[in-house]
Unconditional design. Sequence first.
Length: 138
Amino acid sequence: MSLTTRPAAPAAAPVPQAFRGTTGYVALTGNPNCGKTTLFNVLTGLRAKVGNYPGVTVERKEGRLQGASAAAPITILDLPGTYSLSPQSLDEQIARDVLLHRLDDVPPPDLVIIVVDASNLQRNLYFATQVIELGYPT
């Protein structure tokens, strides 16, 4: 008796209710140096600077989701890394202000993707818990 394996067919990801028939706004957030900008580059096809040290993303970056319908574009926002919603620096303040909708030129996110570094879950989950408590779809 032999076992054979084959790759699973890619499942169609369910479309969040907030994105059905409208423009979507997605925020990528998480601790510094956890992979937010790498994910941003994959989702948007852009080449935002990536570095293996904190402070590379010091301002928010925006891009359009590749493959999204022109009738319902989805904007991806790459936020600077932060350890909590109590900012200690200007870049952390930018992330907090977007998540708490304190910036007039940035709409509140329809969806927040929390990127975590599995090598330090305790620190990453502290911030993730704070973001989840804001009530955004995650």
